[in-house]
Design a protein around this ligand. Structure first.
Ligand SMILES: NC(=O)c1ccc[n+]([C@@H]2O[C@H](COP(=O)([O-])OP(=O)(O)OC[C@H]3O[C@@H](n4cnc5c(N)ncnc54)[C@H](O)[C@@H]3O)[C@@H](O)[C@H]2O)c1
Length: 366
């Protein structure tokens, strides 16, 4: 298999692991990077032994870039992705696919009209923890899935993040920020969602930053910070999700799936490994399950490697634009439902991504 050339746009906090892992996978090689902040691009380029481009446009038009990896901030995702598609490049981006359903739709249309691929994080569902859970479900170890719960509770990020304002702006909030991990994990396990409802509130209309360097700055909260949703999956189960920045303490698990024959405790979807736990209907206790799949350490970028492999063999890729758009549609749907007081039926659907085979080497995807 030949290697495809990757250009990274956005050389901030998350970019390091992409530079490292995309140099490790057999099918990918990073050739260039760019950032609106040239100093950041130059320092990443020096650190990782690649070329930095003077402008983002230069990178998008570079002949030795086949796939653009978009690691910019969420509000820039759509524009950078669209510019890359219009320059004729395949694109894989960090989550969310875009800040709005409308922008997500434009991206999918642009890619389809040009015959280009779009992929999106999260790719944690391809990690050993979640692929093992997928196998347990597919093998019927808890019977027919009946329901699932997903909980992400915390008190927000103004106590530690240096620039936390975006968490409280429209397009931020706990659902847009963390929902992609939880919902992508659920769609991987149970398939797409056909109907949902949500209730949402803003509990604290203002937040005071207590981290440096913006200590004391007051932020007006523009988006709900407590969002509770009910989801009906096309395959039958009913899911419950709660994402919030309003709660100080909780003992709730991250994700559980309930079946006719038992229950499954799914590891943190914001990670690649973890220990799944299963308890059949007659079991006295939960028991840990050994991981059947690899990629249990920080394998961020496996979604890119999978897309590259898919491009070369002509198969669908797993962390796909369709999957990310469905998740975006559902996330916005919870807020729409809360505003309208009615159920929301997603305008999107997607294929459940194919499970990874067992026994893959750590530097290659099937
Ligand atoms: N930091 C994390 O732990 C983490 C984890 C998972 C996912 N993510 C996601 O990764 C993405 C990036 O997050 P981050 O923490 O690295 O943010 P960051 O602010 O550290 O880095 C983003 C970089 O993008 C650059 N940028 C912004 N707009 C741009 C544009 N229009 N063109 C070119 N460059 C532009 C910025 O200058 C910055 O260097 C986000 O979507 C975030 O949700 C971050």
């Amino acid at each position: 298999m030949s290697v495809m050339n990757i250009g990274i746009v956005g050389c901030g906090s998350i970019s390091g692991i992409y530079f490292t892992n995309l140099a490790r996978f057999k099918g990918t090689r990073v050739t260039a990077c760019a950032d609106i902040d040239l100093v950041k691009a130059e320092s990443a380029a020096a650190r990782h032994g690649v070329r930095s481009e003077a402008t983002v446009a230069d990178l998008l038009h570079a002949p030795d870039v086949d796939v653009v990896v978009n690691l910019t901030v969420p509000k820039a995702h759509a524009q950078v992705t669209l510019d890359a598609l219009r320059a004729g490049k395949h694109v894989y981006g960090e989550k969310p696919l875009a800040a709005t359903r409308a922008d997500g739709q434009t991206i999918l249309r642009e890619a389809a009209s040009r015959g280009l691929r779009v992929g999106s994080a999260p790719d944690t569902f391809l990690g050993g923890g979640h692929q093992t859970c997928r196998r347990l479900l597919d093998e019927g170890l808890i019977g027919e899935p009946v329901g699932a719960t997903a909980f992400m509770l915390c008190h927000g990020h103004e106590s530690w993040h240096p620039s936390p304002e975006f968490y409280y702006e429209v397009g931020g909030g706990p659902m847009m920020d963390m929902g992609p991990y939880y919902l992508t994990a659920l769609v991987n396990l149970l398939g797409p969602i056909r109907r949902l409802s949500g209730s949402a509130r803003i509990t604290f209309p203002e937040r005071t930053i207590t981290s440096e360097p913006k200590r004391g700055k007051v932020v007006t909260v523009e988006t709900p910070t407590y969002i509770a949703g009910i989801m009906e999956f096309g395959s039958g189960p009913i899911g419950t999700i709660l994402t919030t920045f309003d709660v100080w303490h909780s003992t709730l698990p991250r994700i559980e799936v309930y079946g006719t024959e038992g229950s499954l405790l799914v590891p943190d979807p914001n990670g690649f490994g973890g220990v799944p736990m299963i308890r059949g209907k007659l079991d006295q206790e939960w028991r840990p399950v050994e991981l059947s799949h690899g990629f249990a350490k920080n394998a961020r970028g496996i979604g890119v490697a999978d897309m590259v492999k898919a491009l070369q063999t002509g198969r669908p890729h797993r962390a796909s634009g369709d999957l990310a758009f469905h998740v975006l549609d559902v996330m916005e749907g919870f807020l729409d439902s809360s505003d309208s007081g009615t159920h929301y039926e997603p305008i999107s659907t997607c294929e459940r991504p194919a499970a990874l085979p067992v026994g893959l080497p750590e530097d290659d995807v099937d």
